[in-house]
Design a protein around this ligand. Structure first.
Ligand SMILES: [Zn+2]
Length: 363
């Protein structure tokens, strides 16, 4: 094209105005050709857009051909070849776009179902949640409903009402965190605060389990943490006896650890129950022979329990001469560690995906 233009200029200096117009035309042709080369059509609509833009009745090819009118007669042939070539190029490009888009015309409306899908990475339940659900589901079958309550609690609901008056030495066992703005607020040390709140409602009988997070001011180590989880239970009605407590917990351990598990109660002390006991089950790792888990004793301690202290009932306006009840409480982390072979309690709260994803599919 350079040759064409310089040749024209040399031989026909009088045609300079036309020359300018022709130069412009040739530049336009060149730029449209480049534009067409780069044109991509992924669907029929884009192919049709191409046709309208370049080959339509008011399209670019027609417009360029219209410009032939202004070309000197003896140059019409030379330029005509270029314009014709341009038209052919546009038509060929249109045909090839049509063919390519016809090859995959249905890709949008009819996706290829054999292609691999987008990968989803579903999360899994936390091992503490798995164990908590397991414990709760066993008591649900015995007719226990679930109750929950606040983790920031006043002194009365966490200590006072539970027969732990101020300066009572048993409070030392449950040192916790206090809220600076209000010395009466504590992070609850057990879910027993929910027991008090439920008893205060005055609706009897009560048959509830209370799962939740609790806090203790303890040094963090592989075996203890400043927060952990509990499931507590409470049953209050007329004529509830220690025999009911034993039978309920007996059912629980059979469901939890298998029908061959043995149970023993050891006398203990809690301010809020009387009598109180710790319950052990025969070691489900070694079958009672003795191993590292049970410290060679053959027994594993799993929960504390007892008959609700009359003072606690009175604190909640329940007549201890008419009603009796039992309560129990167990940690969730320890049985989860035993079940899943976890040797460090800190793993539960470190949010390490490598740890958590091991429980995908666990029940
Ligand atoms: Zn053992």
């Amino acid at each position: 094209m350079h040759d064409f233009r310089s040749g024209l200029q040399r031989r026909w200096p009088a045609l300079l105005p036309y020359l300018c117009r022709m130069e412009q035309l040739l530049q336009q042709i060149e730029s449209y050709r480049k534009e067409m080369e780069d044109y991509q059509a992924t669907d029929q609509a884009a192919v049709e857009n191409f046709r309208i833009k370049y080959l339509g009745t008011k399209g670019i090819v027609k417009t360029i051909m219209g410009e032939m009118r202004n070309v000197p007669a003896d140059k019409k042939k030379e330029l005509g070849l270029i314009v014709n070539d341009f038209k052919l190029f546009a038509e060929n490009k249109y045909e090839s776009l049509k063919a390519t888009s016809n090859e995959q015309p249905t890709s949008i409306n009819h996706p290829d179902l054999s292609l691999p899908g987008d990968l989803l990475t579903p999360g899994s339940r936390h091992p503490v949640t798995l164990m908590k659900n397991r414990i709760v589901s066993i008591f649900r079958r015995l007719g226990f409903a679930v109750a929950e309550g606040p983790e920031i609690e006043d002194d009365w609901h966490n200590f006072g009402a539970l027969n732990l008056p101020e300066h009572h030495p048993a409070r030392d066992m449950q040192d916790t965190f206090y809220v600076q703005q209000n010395p009466d607020w504590v992070l609850r040390t057990h879910t027993s605060n929910v027991q008090i709140r439920e008893m205060e409602k005055g609706k009897l009988p009560i048959r509830l389990v209370m799962p939740g997070r609790v806090y203790r001011n303890e040094t963090i180590s592989a075996r203890s943490h400043c927060f952990f989880h509990q499931v507590e239970g409470l049953y209050i009605d007329e004529n509830v006896s220690f025999a009911d407590l034993k039978q309920t917990l007996y059912f629980f351990v059979k469901e939890m650890y298998g029908k061959d598990v043995k149970v023993r109660f050891r006398p203990s002390y809690f301010p809020f129950t009387e009598p109180s006991a710790e319950m052990d089950v025969s070691c489900f790792i070694c079958g009672g022979v003795g191993c590292n888990i049970c410290k060679k004793t053959g027994w594993v301690e799993i929960l504390g329990c007892g008959m609700v202290h009359p003072n606690v009932l009175e604190n909640c306006n329940i007549d201890p001469n008419k009603y009796t009840g039992f309560a129990f409480g167990m940690g969730v982390e320890r049985p989860a560690m035993l079940k899943y072979g976890i040797n460090d309690i800190r793993l539960f709260s470190e949010n390490d995906v490598r740890f958590l994803k091991q429980f995908t599919g666990a029940i």
